[in-house]
Design a protein around this ligand. Structure first.
Ligand code: ASP
Length: 317
């Protein structure tokens, strides 16, 4: 619906700027895209292609994370994701825009693009999260195709794991994780975030991590900033890390300070010897930060058309 001011009212009655409305809206800021790990590089590029044409952040974050979702060589997201300990690929994803609109799917099987199902939950239902069978049914009703997501390579790794794992779930090492979380600021100054994963490899069947939980895997407040997480989801959920980072930014911390404080909260409470968590944050002015528990966390940043992979700072020395 268009108001007298030429602003459209969103699902929850917030005024939203629309690049398509009558009369040009002047771009007011330079876009920026920030995402986790090296699969963030092609994801950033796909998001950037939308932002550089003055597209919306919410469309950019969805398009960005679809790249690793569809890549069979990325073993922690979508197609090609490592399965749970019973051999099932189960996916978690969520998406959020600057107005607080959000959608999420958890424990979704057989659908290559859980982020797009989450987007449809956000756009077309009165709910925030659909899970398991219900999420799958919703996806199929909305035209998504059922696919086998367990690639031959992932199946071979799972079979190898079974040889000495004794069916013990969730033994964390540097090869069994790597969610993509992606944050974007568009040229109209709006923020959005998306997060999608196959979760920790060889997890217990039915385990859901932080990635589909609004406030844990990601959080956006259009007035303040956005944050996203990767690593051991249980630690992120116990501290509601992404929400915490946005709240710290609201209190005046920089994105970098907020990420560091959120990592410290985990370190104060938990045995962090064999675990990793990494956070990214972006504020509405385009300032950003990154911090992790341990060395090894990398993030991809794209500004002014330049896309770079950077080693994050970390707590453990
Ligand atoms: N955060 C994810 C989870 O716990 C794992 C990851 O980042 O890959 O499911």
């Amino acid at each position: 619906m268009l108001t007298g001011l030429g602003l459209s009212l969103g699902k929850y009655g917030y005024a939203q700027k629309s690049p398509n409305m009558a009369g040009p809206i002047q771009p007011k800021t330079s876009p920026i895209v920030l995402s986790t790990w090296n699969h963030g590089i092609p994801a950033n590029q796909a998001a950037w292609n939308i932002l550089k044409a003055n597209g919306k952040a919410i469309d950019a974050v969805e398009a960005g994370v679809k790249i690793p979702e569809a890549d069979p060589n990325v073993s922690s997201v979508g197609l090609g994701g490592l399965p749970d300990r019973d051999g099932n690929v189960t996916l978690d994803a969520c998406i959020m825009d600057q107005t607080g609109n959000c959608g999420s799917v958890s424990y979704l099987q057989h659908i290559k693009h859980p982020i797009s199902v989450a987007r449809k939950v956000m756009d077309n239902t009165p709910h925030v999260m659909l899970s398991g069978e219900g999420a799958l049914r919703f996806a199929l009703e909305n035209g998504f195709e059922k696919e086998n997501l367990l690639t031959a390579e992932a199946k071979a790794k799972w079979m190898e794991w079974q040889k000495d794992a004794k069916y013990k779930p969730w033994i964390y090492d540097d090869s069994n994780h790597d969610t993509i979380g992606l944050l974007a600021l568009d040229s109209f100054g709006d923020l959005s975030a998306a997060c999608t994963t196959s979760g920790l490899a060889y997890k217990m069947h039915g385990r859901v991590g932080d990635s589909p939980i609004i406030g844990a895997g990601l959080f956006v407040d259009g007035e303040i900033g956005a944050a996203t997480a990767t690593g051991v989801g249980e630690l992120v959920m116990k501290t509601l890390g992404s929400f915490l980072i946005v709240e710290l930014m609201r209190q005046g911390r920089s994105p970098q300070e907020a990420c560091e404080e959120a990592i410290l909260r985990i370190a104060k409470k938990e045995d962090i010897k064999n675990v990793q968590v990494g956070y990214l944050a972006l504020d509405k002015e385009g300032n950003y930060g990154a911090y992790a528990l341990k060395p090894g966390f990398q993030y991809a940043i794209m500004v002014n058309g330049e896309n770079k992979l950077i080693d994050s700072d970390h707590l453990e020395r």
